[in-house]
Design a protein around this ligand. Structure first.
Ligand code: ADP
Ligand code: MG
Length: 454
């Protein structure tokens, strides 16, 4: 059996063992490149995937390969290409969408602006839940940097924040024909740029990169809070742009006043601009989104099935789209209109997965699986040295993401609240000064935010 055949068989086996989404994310574009003296060399697209597979799937994969080739002794993962790269949340999202849609979304992110042309104001369906945000975005496109600065938009996961702020960027490019230059960046990317610059003493590059734009669009700002150096740099960037009447557009999962660790001065700056929230879409809007997608793809679906989907997924448009895609995919495979019964089945299966949203349990499990430790040890009294970091990270994330109180976290993990405060501060400090550690935290967060599709 040649390497390729062997790997295809192994992948088939992995496909059975893993769910579709995680299979696509982690193993797509992997290859078995070599086999020498029992060592199997597997190439993966990037560092992020490599770390994750090493942590999570190494054993599985070795077992599967061993069944196919008994000489297999060890796996060696290598990154194809050269530069280690962290996949942004957005890239991962696009990958997943692409796989789930089974439609070739051949959109290229513009390297200059980082904007994805897929997101337009035209394709953004408006309802009472996002009316104000949409109106503000449209007004800003006409009067960039003048009236509503900064523009701060917040709302829950999958409700259209990224879509709207990217669409606004694309609209600005279209209106000003390239004379006004927007730049989109996730706050993770901003953070890792700053960390890189500090380490390599290249702060000037960063200053130029971010202060040299006309419109700075920064997504998911909640991830910046608490990282002193990054926040400091962001503050200076913000001021430099603001004072020059450059437009700043920010998204967040919560309003400025609830960003827990953000410095007061930044928070009040945010509050000084225009703030708009995006809420849950009402029924009509959910139906409109479904119909819009169907129309764009030249597809049809039974009214009853549309109604069923619109009635089942109310709090997340990404999930709504995901279920719709699954149903369409199924219908395509079958070649006949999907039955209501089958649609119900698909909806039920999918919504079960969605209910695993980020919760304290979810954080505990993700940290445990990331560090490969037992959940019971994480919350137990064990004094093992290898439990120290996972435990502190858990406390940090419970506070950082869920904003739980220190005493509550203490109770949860059987620790005194002063220990929790100390842990939070220690991890926070580590994140600021130690970049590999920061990357680790980002990886865990990525897994939390994307891995709930697993
Ligand atoms: P968020 O950034 O708030 O987590 P996204 O902007 O990524 O959410 O939106 C999730 C998905 O839902 C995307 O595919 C986006 O295009 C779609 N979507 C969100 N809101 C709308 C809307 N109002 N009209 C059409 N599609 C939307
Ligand atoms: Mg987003």
């Amino acid at each position: 059996m040649d390497l390729n055949q062997l790997w295809q068989l192994a992948l088939e086996e992995m496909r059975v063992q893993l769910s579709r989404a995680s299979f696509a994310t982690w193993l797509k574009s992997s290859r078995l490149v070599d086999r020498k003296e029992g060592v199997f060399y597997i190439s993966l697209p990037n560092d992020f995937t490599k770390q994750w597979i090493e942590e999570k799937y190494q054993k599985n994969i070795l077992g599967i390969i061993r069944n196919l080739d008994s000489s297999a002794r060890k796996l060696e993962f290598i990154v194809a290409g050269h530069e280690p790269k962290i996949i942004s949340k957005r890239d991962l999202e696009i990958d997943l969408n692409r796989f789930d849609n089974q439609i070739d979304l051949d959109f290229k992110v513009d390297p200059e602006t980082n904007l994805n042309p897929r997101y337009t104001l035209k394709s953004f369906i408006v309802g009472s839940s996002n009316e104000l945000a949409y109106a503000a975005a449209s007004a800003i496109a006409q009067e960039v940097g003048k009236k509503y600065n900064p523009f701060f938009i917040y709302g829950g996961v999958g409700l259209g924040k990224t879509h709207l702020i990217q669409a606004l960027g694309n609209e600005i490019v279209a209106i000003y024909k390239g004379k006004v230059r927007p730049k989109y960046v996730s706050s993770e990317k901003f953070t890792s740029d700053v960390v890189w610059a500090i380490r390599n003493k290249r702060m000037e590059d960063i200053k130029k990169k971010y202060r040299d734009v006309d419109v700075l669009i920064i997504d998911d700002i909640q991830f910046i809070g608490g990282k002193e150096k990054t926040e400091e740099e962001f503050f200076h960037t913000f001021n430099a742009l603001y004072e020059n009447n450059k437009q700043i557009i920010i998204s967040s999962d919560r309003p400025p006043q609830s960003l827990p660790t953000l410095q007061e001065r930044l928070r009040s700056r945010f509050e000084g601009g225009l703030t708009a929230d995006i809420g849950y879409p009402e029924y009509e809007m959910r139906v409109a989104i479904i119909n819009n997608r169907l129309q764009a793809g030249g597809r049809q679906l039974d009214e009853k099935v549309i109604d069923l989907v619109a009635n089942s997924i109310k709090r997340n448009i990404r999930e709504l789209e995901g279920v719709l895609n699954k149903i369409l995919f199924y219908q395509d495979r079958k070649g006949v209109p999907i039955s209501e019964k089958m649609a119900i089945e698909i909806v039920e299966k999918s919504t079960q997965n969605f209910s695993k949203r980020i919760s304290d349990e979810h954080i505990l499990k993700t940290v445990a699986s990331f560090y490969n430790v037992q959940l019971a040890d994480l919350v137990g009294r064990s004094r093992k040295k290898e439990m120290v970091e996972p435990r502190q990270v858990t406390m940090y994330l419970l506070r950082d993401i869920l904003r739980m109180s220190y005493p509550y976290i203490g109770e949860k993990l059987g620790r005194d609240h002063t220990t929790v405060i100390h842990s939070f501060e220690k991890i926070n400090h580590e994140i600021n000064k130690n970049s590999p550690f920061n990357q680790k935290i980002l990886l865990i967060k990525e897994a939390l935010y994307n891995g709930n599709k697993q």
